[in-house]
Design a protein around this ligand. Structure first.
Ligand code: ADP
Ligand code: GLC
Length: 475
């Protein structure tokens, strides 16, 4: 199979969240299964090019012509990464937004990426069997294929898969944007692009893609309901037969305490001494109380409503007074960053918050914390809780989406791997935190829990195999 991945971010080139981890890792596992996999992303500011592949690629976008070029970045495990260069659109401070506001030309920026993918594909001797798109930013690929490119013999046998990593971001723009994106006006109807008077690019992709997937089984069910469907539950119900849930995997070459170069001391399930050292280092680095009897909660997150920190706002003080310490790393909505900074000010001996994006620190927190907290309102998959299992950092999560699929509650001395709560309420969070505290104070039990998690295997091999089966069913 020849698979072209088109996405708005990929590790190690550009990342704001888990999408980048997935697009950076999945292709190499698909390749290992004997397929041809290449990736195309925008060349954002600072993304290194190794060479120019196509010096000039002219792309008609609506009534204007965009003169792009295609570069190649350094391959990752033999997977080739191609970069669309168009500085007007991509050479900016951030990927999607600046100073808290989305870039006003995001529709054009990502429509260009989608069209560039098709034009780039056409320069290869053979067409891709599957174009695998992700989220609203590349959801126009299936639409363009079935409209502007309908009748193009080159793509006669090319199929599309759209993976929904997060239904809450849909790419909604005014109707007037359609012409600028070159989208035929007749697509503006309720069955296709229209969404309450605007156009909705994710909806468009859901309607036009040959198959759909999302990143956990549970989320694939949830998004068909009004509670999680973000207004698209009806469209998703219609396409239910073509919608699959495939759990994200982990790239254990990147996330493994046995060989993580960022940890002060490596450790494994057989020898956990290094984990204590990681905790001490983290506590000392932040200058917070280093008595080991306080369980340390780690948080590494985008600060967005999705992540459930409004629950924590209500009970964080009580949790600290109960005996927890916290190290927080994140960026995003000020509502939450301010809350964490205020918490740090109130409990400087027990709480440290770093507002920012810091990959190095993310690894240190995975290594040094006792618990990882993800009280998400919804969570399509979630990666940090899966990483933390491997790091012996016990997840405390809300039972939703991928969090529910990946974490088993520790009820007494079972094979559980973490702590889960159901209802979206501060009381449920606090009750579960207290349950965790009790177990933490029984070292033998805690060790059992840690070891259970470390032995779980969420490597990409199994999920990559499922994607390949899906590609084959398309072709
Ligand atoms: P989402 O994609 O919704 O943000 P995931 O759990 O799937 O959630 O993935 C988040 C990814 O981003 C993880 O790899 C996590 O380590 C990383 N991450 C999130 N916030 C930060 C941050 N402030 N600094 C470093 N890494 C972060
Ligand atoms: C999204 C989701 C997250 C998921 C990630 C990768 O950003 O919020 O739950 O893990 O995509 O699929």
């Amino acid at each position: 199979m020849r698979v072209l991945y088109v996405a708005s971010e990929a590790v190690p080139f550009a990342k704001t969240g888990g999408l980048a981890d997935v697009v950076g890792a999945l292709p190499k596992f698909v390749r290992r299964l004997g397929n041809d996999a290449i990736v195309l992303i925008p060349r954002y500011r600072g993304v290194k090019s190794r060479r120019v592949i196509l010096p000039s690629l002219t792309i008609p976008l609506g009534s204007s012509l965009k003169f792009c070029s295609i570069h190649e970045g350094s391959p990752v495990d033999e997977v080739r990464f191609f970069l669309v260069e168009y500085p007007d659109f991509y050479d900016r401070d951030e990927l999607y937004r600046h100073a808290g506001r989305d870039y006003p030309d995001n529709a054009e920026r990502f429509a260009l990426l989608s069209l560039a993918a098709l034009e780039f594909a056409k320069r290869a001797p053979l067409p891709p069997d599957v174009i695998h798109c992700s989220d609203w930013q590349t959801a126009l690929v299936p639409v363009y294929l079935k409209t502007l490119y309908r009748g193009d013999a080159f793509f006669e046998n090319t199929k599309t898969l759209l993976t929904i990593h997060n239904l809450a971001y849909q790419g909604v723009f005014p109707r007037s944007t359609m012409a600028r994106l070159g989208l035929p006006a007749e697509l503006f109807n309720m069955e296709q692009l229209e969404f309450y008077g605007n156009i909705n690019l994710l909806k468009a992709g859901i309607v036009f893609a040959n198959k759909l997937s999302t990143v956990s089984e549970r989320y694939s069910q949830e998004i068909r309901t009004p509670e999680f469907g973000c207004g698209l539950e009806g469209v998703l119900q219609k396409r239910a037969a073509d919608l699959t849930g495939i759990l994200n995997g982990v790239d254990y070459t990147q996330w493994n305490p046995e060989q993580d170069p960022w940890l002060v001391s490596n450790y494994s399930v057989k020898d956990l001494q290094g984990k204590q050292q990681c905790k001490m280092e983290l506590l000392n680095q932040f200058g917070i109380d280093n008595s080991l009897d306080r369980p340390l909660i780690g948080i590494i997150s985008r600060m967005a409503d999705q992540k459930g920190f409004d629950l924590l706002q209500a009970v964080a003080g009580t949790m600290v007074e109960d005996g927890f310490s916290m190290v927080v790393l994140g960026t995003g909505d000020e509502r939450y960053t301010r809350f964490f900074l205020a918490l740090q000010e109130r409990y400087p001996a027990y709480v440290a918050a770093k507002i920012g994006y810091d990959e190095w620190l993310a690894h240190k927190i995975e290594g040094g914390a006792d618990l990882l907290l993800m009280p998400s309102r919804f969570e399509p998959c979630g990666l940090n809780q899966i990483y933390s299992l491997k790091y012996g950092t016990v997840p405390l999560v809300r039972a939703t989406g991928g969090l529910d699929d990946t974490i088993q509650d520790y009820s007494d001395s079972s094979t559980g791997t973490g702590f889960k709560f159901d209802g979206y309420s501060p009381e449920a969070l606090l009750g579960t935190a207290r349950r965790a505290l009790e177990v933490y104070r029984m070292p033998a039990r805690w060790l059992e829990l840690v070891r259970n998690g470390m032995q779980r295997d969420f490597s990409w091999s199994r999920s990559a195999q499922r994607y390949v089966e899906l590609y084959q069913s398309l072709a």
